[in-house]
Design a protein around this ligand. Structure first.
Ligand SMILES: [Zn+2]
Ligand SMILES: [Zn+2]
Length: 120
């Protein structure tokens, strides 16, 4: 085992795994699976293949992750994907249904943006 090569690979794979984990967590998209894949590929592909492998995992993740804007959860202040019904961090309700038109409305909105009914 070449510890220097392993340490160099960790410098690349570590941040990739960490970033993938936090991004996938906010999108409710298998954060542990993606971080573990990036770490395994980044650490155990030999030499320069390690960072390349970690980059490829990152690119695949960027292609297949749930798309959409991120918003700040009103409860835990962490980033969550805009259209999720529940915050993946704290499980707080991000959406509620309008009782008149049944549109999904952001939990902190006072009025339904669809039919303008007052909700609370
Ligand atoms: Zn939250
Ligand atoms: Zn409505």
């Amino acid at each position: 085992m070449n510890w220097t090569a392993l340490a160099i690979n960790l410098v690349f794979a570590g941040p990739v795994a960490y970033w993938t984990y936090s991004d996938a967590k906010g999108r409710d998209a298998n954060p542990i699976l993606w971080a573990a894949t990036a770490l395994l590929v980044g650490l155990f592909f030999l030499g320069p293949l390690g960072p390349i492998g970690a980059a490829i995992v990152l690119i695949i993740y960027l292609l297949v992750r749930p798309k959409g804007a991120m918003r700040i959860c009103p409860y835990c202040k962490k980033k969550a994907l805009d259209w999720l019904a529940f915050c993946p961090h704290c499980k707080g309700a991000l959406k509620r249904d309008c009782y008149r038109c049944f549109a999904a409305v952001d939990a902190e909105n006072e009025f339904c943006p669809n039919c303008h009914t007052k909700l609370s």
